[in-house]
Design a protein around this ligand. Structure first.
Ligand SMILES: [Zn+2]
Length: 408
């Protein structure tokens, strides 16, 4: 047995956002064995960590990221890089995401189940992963890699973007193919987007019948569909098609939020990506069409979150960071806290995300019996949600009982 005892901590277990002080937490191998508000005796040979003045909390979860999107010019990425380079960049981004304090993530379209399984087998340094594989998209849709001037895709290789599938039969087959390869979710593009050169965010994509075909294929094996969408119209069409989780939703209105609520549809906002691109996109060198659309989507992002919260939706936390935004995923917490308060934003990125991803039995809160995925923060996040953006303040990152980072 290997023991690590965290002592004198301010504990945010994220079952609630009520801090407990002082607290002791004992890790045995890769599992949290005991938590106590009175001193625990260190077992023989235990490593002790003094956490006085520091916060002990669960590892963060990003419920919407893209490990494969590293370039400022996303359509150009597959034109300029061989698949091997893209895989190497994916691994770099995954490791850096872990070092930002995210011990679990959902890749919302891009990487395949091999990355997930490699992490689970300890072959790569990465957050625990769930994957969607290729996103399903219509011709000219958000994940169609072609520019308006092109007929054939720029590259035939695996990372050339989404799978273009039109019509009920083709969508059903594409969904089944992704499921065959072991994905955890099916991701569909139900609206235009910002990074795609040939569409607009407030449009709708895919017919309800096409989306229903994807839902049916996923549901047949107990899985759900995640849909990329922005406008009330696209959100409602997703609801009608049986989609169980919607992403972004920046233009959501109250009536639509109530429909989502009634159908029990999960909502994952991704405000950080719009915020950083609106502020720094020019400096990052993103294409002008991308910058223009990100600014439009950014204007309404916090308002949509407020509407969703008022309607009582289950709200997760995603970053959707791409290209030069990748190092800044934790900005989502600070942005969401402006609407949901620090406690709300913190619980969204821990407990609620774990519930949404179906992993709450193992991670997302600090409780005896759960896996030892945890952070030691030099300070109190509830007093300063921007603290996660300062990597020096994240003094310890532990995943599965192992120190990923430890500043003494
Ligand atoms: Zn995304």
């Amino acid at each position: 047995m290997r023991y690590i005892l965290f002592q004198n901590a301010t504990l945010l277990d994220c079952r609630s956002a009520e801090p407990r002080y002082p607290a002791w937490l004992l890790v045995e191998d890769n599992v949290i064995r005991e938590i106590s508000e009175s001193p625990l005796k260190a077992p023989q040979g235990a490593i002790t960590v003094d956490c006085k003045g520091k916060t002990l909390m669960p590892g963060l979860i990003d419920a919407h990221m893209h490990a494969n999107l590293f370039s400022a010019d996303l359509p150009g990425q597959t034109r300029q890089n061989l698949p091997s380079m893209i895989v190497i960049k994916c691994l770099e981004i995954l490791e850096d995401t872990l070092l930002q304090g995210f011990t679990s993530v959902l890749d919302a379209g891009g990487i395949d189940a091999g990355f997930r399984d490699a992490q689970a087998r300890g072959l790569i340094r990465a957050p625990r992963l769930q994957v969607c594989g290729h996103s399903l998209t219509q011709s000219g849709g958000h994940a169609d890699p072609r520019l308006p001037t092109e007929i054939t895709p720029p590259a035939e290789h695996y990372f050339a973007g989404g799978i273009v599938a039109d019509g009920v039969d083709a969508v059903r087959k594409a969904a089944r193919e992704e499921l065959r390869k072991g994905v955890d979710y099916i991701k569909i593009m139900a609206a235009g987007g910002c990074a795609s050169p040939a569409d607009e965010p407030d449009t709708v994509q895919y017919s309800i019948e096409e989306m229903s075909a994807a839902v049916e294929a996923a549901d047949a094996v107990g899985k759900i569909v995640l849909a990329h969408c922005y406008s009330p119209r696209s959100l409602r069409r997703c609801a009608e098609a049986g989609v169980k989780r919607v992403e972004h939703g920046n233009f959501m209105d109250r009536e639509t939020a109530l429909i989502l609520k009634e159908k029990g549809i999960l909502y994952c906002p991704t405000i950080a990506t719009y915020d950083i691109m609106a502020r720094r996109g020019e400096e990052f060198g993103i294409p002008s069409y991308f910058l223009r659309k990100m600014k439009i989507a950014n204007e309404r992002a916090l308002e949509a979150l407020a509407v969703a919260q008022e309607a009582g939706l289950v709200i997760g936390s995603g970053s959707d960071m791409v290209g030069p935004g990748q190092p800044f995923k934790a900005n989502e917490l600070e942005l969401q806290s402006r609407v949901m308060g620090p406690a709300g934003a913190l619980l969204a990125a821990t407990k609620t995300n774990a519930e949404i991803l179906g992993v709450i039995g193992r991670v997302g809160t600090l409780e005896p019996g759960k896996l030892a995925d945890l952070l030691v923060i030099d300070g109190n996040p509830l007093e300063n949600m921007a603290i996660f953006q300062d990597r020096n303040k994240i003094q310890i990152i532990m995943q599965d009982g192992k120190f990923i980072k430890k500043i003494d």
